[in-house]
Design a protein around this ligand. Sequence first.
Ligand code: SF4
Length: 99
Amino acid sequence: MHPPEAPETDDWRAAAACVGLSPLIVFARREDEARPALTACGRCPVARRCEEVVAPADSYFDGVSAGRLWRNGRPVRARRKDVARSRASEQSERTGHQA
Ligand code: SF4
């Protein structure tokens, strides 16, 4: 027998790497505003569950889920300089050095 959905949902959210970030960041529509959430996704242990529950395409989601920024349920294509900046930020977090 499976446990009820609600407690399981709460469990994965508690483990999310974006816990504590402002909803204005997690549900941002612009990449520059969403960057902290996108960076968190890179180390999130529940990214797969996040995408399953949010189902961005089916829910016409706006915000960040599973390492992507979504707008009206479609992934927003990252600009090249934003990808480079995000990678530099992740690298500096891992090494403790500023990029
Ligand atoms: S995948 Fe990203 S948006 Fe989803 S719970 Fe993890 S950190 Fe938050």
